[in-house]
Design a protein around this ligand. Structure first.
Ligand SMILES: Nc1ncnc2c1ncn2[C@@H]1O[C@H](COP(=O)(O)OP(=O)(O)OP(=O)(O)O)[C@@H](O)[C@H]1O
Ligand SMILES: Nc1nc2c(ncn2[C@@H]2O[C@H](COP(=O)(O)O)[C@@H](O)[C@H]2O)c(=O)[nH]1
Length: 189
C-alpha cells in the first residue's frame, strides 16, 4: 500500500495507549489520523460515536465481518472489536500516518495482511479504571497477563515501551516515529 507507514499500538488494557495516541494526534495535527474501530461494547462516559469507536451490535458487526468489511476482528472481554477497511482508507486517503489501537489478536491478524505497520507495544503499570465492572476488570487483567507474555516473544513487536513515566514514554514513542513524521511534514510543506 502507498503512503506513510501505519502504526499499530498494542498492549494491555489500561496501559496508556489512548493517552499516548491522543497526545500524538494533538501535538502533530495533520500528521496522524486514528483508525476508528468498531465495537459492540457500550460507550464509556465522554466517549463519542465516530471519534473513539463506531458502536454497533454484535449482529450488525458479524454481518460486516462476513461481508469482508474488516481487515481484522477479535473478541475481547466479552465484546467484538474490529478494524474496518474503510477506517484505514479514510485516514490514508488524507495521506496521514494511520494509527491503530488493537489488542494482541489484532496484531497477529494484521501480520497476515499487507498493511506493513510499525508494531509498538505499550506496557504498564495497571491504572484502576473506575468505569469497569469487577467481571470486566478480571477479564481485562487476564488478557493483560497474556499480552505481557506475548509481547516478550521475539519478532512480534518492533519496540516495547514501558509506560511507567508518561513523558518519558511519549518521548520514546516520538523518537521511534520521527522519520515517518518528517516524511509527512515534508510532503505537506
Ligand atoms: N504513565 C502513566 N502514569 C499514570 N497514569 C497513566 C499513565 N499513562 C496513562 N495513565 C492513565 O491510565 C488510564 C488508562 O490509560 P488509557 O485509557 O490511555 O489506556 P489504554 O491502553 O488506551 O486502555 P484500553 O486499551 O483499555 O483502551 C488513564 O486514566 C490514563 O490517564
Ligand atoms: N483486535 C482489535 N482490538 C481492538 C480494536 N479496537 C480496540 N481494541 C482493543 O480492545 C481492547 C479494549 O479496548 P477498550 O476501549 O474497550 O478498553 C484494547 O486492548 C484495545 O487495544 C480493534 O479494532 N481490533
Amino acid at each position: 500500500m502507498a503512503g506513510p507507514r501505519p502504526v499499530v499500538l498494542s498492549g494491555p488494557s489500561g496501559a496508556g495507549k489512548s493517552t499516548l495516541m491522543k497526545r500524538l494526534l494533538k501535538d502533530y495535527e495533520g500528521v496522524f489520523g486514528f483508525s476508528v474501530s468498531h465495537t459492540t461494547r457500550k460507550p464509556r462516559p465522554g466517549e463519542e460515536e465516530g471519534k473513539d469507536y463506531h458502536y454497533t451490535t454484535r449482529e450488525a458487526m458479524q454481518e460486516g465481518i462476513d461481508n469482508g468489511d474488516f481487515i481484522e476482528n477479535a473478541e475481547f472481554s466479552g465484546n467484538l472489536y474490529g478494524t474496518s477497511k474503510s477506517a484505514i482508507e479514510d485516514v490514508r486517503a488524507q495521506n496521514l500516518i494511520c494509527i491503530l489501537d488493537v489488542d494482541i489478536q489484532g496484531v497477529r491478524n494484521i501480520k497476515k495482511t499487507d498493511l506493513d505497520p510499525i508494531y509498538i507495544s505499550i506496557q504498564y503499570v495497571l491504572a484502576d479504571r473506575q468505569t469497569e465492572t469487577e467481571e470486566s476488570l478480571q477479564k481485562r487483567l487476564e488478557a493483560a497477563r497474556q499480552d505481557m507474555e506475548l509481547s516478550k516473544e521475539p519478532g512480534v513487536f518492533d519496540v516495547v515501551i514501558i509506560n511507567d513515566d508518561l513523558d518519558k514514554a511519549y518521548e520514546e514513542l516520538t523518537a521511534i516515529l520521527i522519520d515517518e513524521i518528517k516524511k509527512v511534514q515534508e510532503v505537506k510543506s
